[in-house]
Design a protein around this ligand. Structure first.
Ligand code: PGA
Length: 251
């Protein structure tokens, strides 16, 4: 019922030529067809070139944007700019934005509204730190991020939102959450959405897992009932490994 959605987060990696070759390799090698939604989130300076090379065969997303429409915000890009050069998605509230650049839930929330207003799909990231998990606070942290980042988002708008659960301790560490650990949090996120938006909306929203997803662990994670896709960092930087993860979504 929920179409699996596999998105690559290239972070601050690739040259322009590498990014263009990578998206072409993904487009050419992807045999999943309509069964899996696929996107790559490239560095903002390469989005134009990557979207052109993707030629509509692979979706393209930005890794962040600012909430204002235009003006004196040196160094920022708007959601409308991302849309203008062919993006369909914007990652928001990634743990690196939250923990390195100090993005708060309220910052993320303003951006979610701006991205929705521009007609794009926000991929809203939530996830706990290792010390929060060890202190038994995972559900509370995720609930606070969910409610704070999605404040004022209507049930109808939720249809255009994707959630990514990314435990911070699993990002870039090779230490993937077990399918059971991930599923427990995903089911909790879905229960939060049911309480706030009702069952029909909650059942239709995709929740990606992110954090050390690789071709050899993707299928098992994606077979969990509430894991509807993956947000992939390191393994999205090579077409072969990203394609292996896409294949895992069809098993
Ligand atoms: P990783 O990153 O796959 O390299 O762990 C995931 C992410 O940060 O989205």
């Amino acid at each position: 019922m929920r179409r699996p959605f596999i998105a690559g987060n290239w972070k601050m990696n690739t040259t322009k030529a590498e990014g263009v070759a990578l998206v072409k390799g993904v487009a050419e090698g992807n045999t999943a067809g309509d069964a899996v939604e696929v996107a790559v989130c490239a560095p903002s300076v390469y989005l134009d070139a990557v979207a052109t090379a993707a030629a509509g065969k692979v979706g393209v997303g930005a890794q962040n944007c600012y909430h204002e429409a235009s003006g004196a915000f040196t160094g920022e890009i708007s959601a409308a700019m991302a849309k203008d050069i062919g993006c369909q998605y914007v990652i928001l509230g990634h743990s690196e934005r939250r923990h390195i650049f100090g993005a708060s839930n309220s910052d993320v929330c303003k951006k979610v509204h701006a991205v929705l207003a521009a007609g794009l799909t926000p991929i809203v990231c939530v996830g706990e730190l290792l010390e929060e998990r060890e202190a038994g606070k995972t559900a509370d942290v995720v609930a606070e991020q969910m409610y704070g980042s999605l404040a004022g988002v209507s049930a109808e708008q939720m249809n255009s939102v994707v959630i990514a659960y990314e435990p911070v301790w699993a990002i870039g560490t090779g230490k993937v959450a077990t399918p059971e650990q991930a599923e427990e949090v995903h089911a909790g996120i879905r229960a939060l959405m049911t309480a706030k938006y009702g069952e029909a909306i909650s059942e239709s929203v995709r929740i990606q897992y992110g954090g050390s997803v690789k071709p050899d662990n993707a299928a098992e994670l994606l077979s969990q009932p509430n894991i509807d896709g993956a947000l992939v960092g390191g393994a999205s930087l090579k077409a072969d490994s990203f394609l292996g993860i896409i294949a895992g979504a069809t098993k």
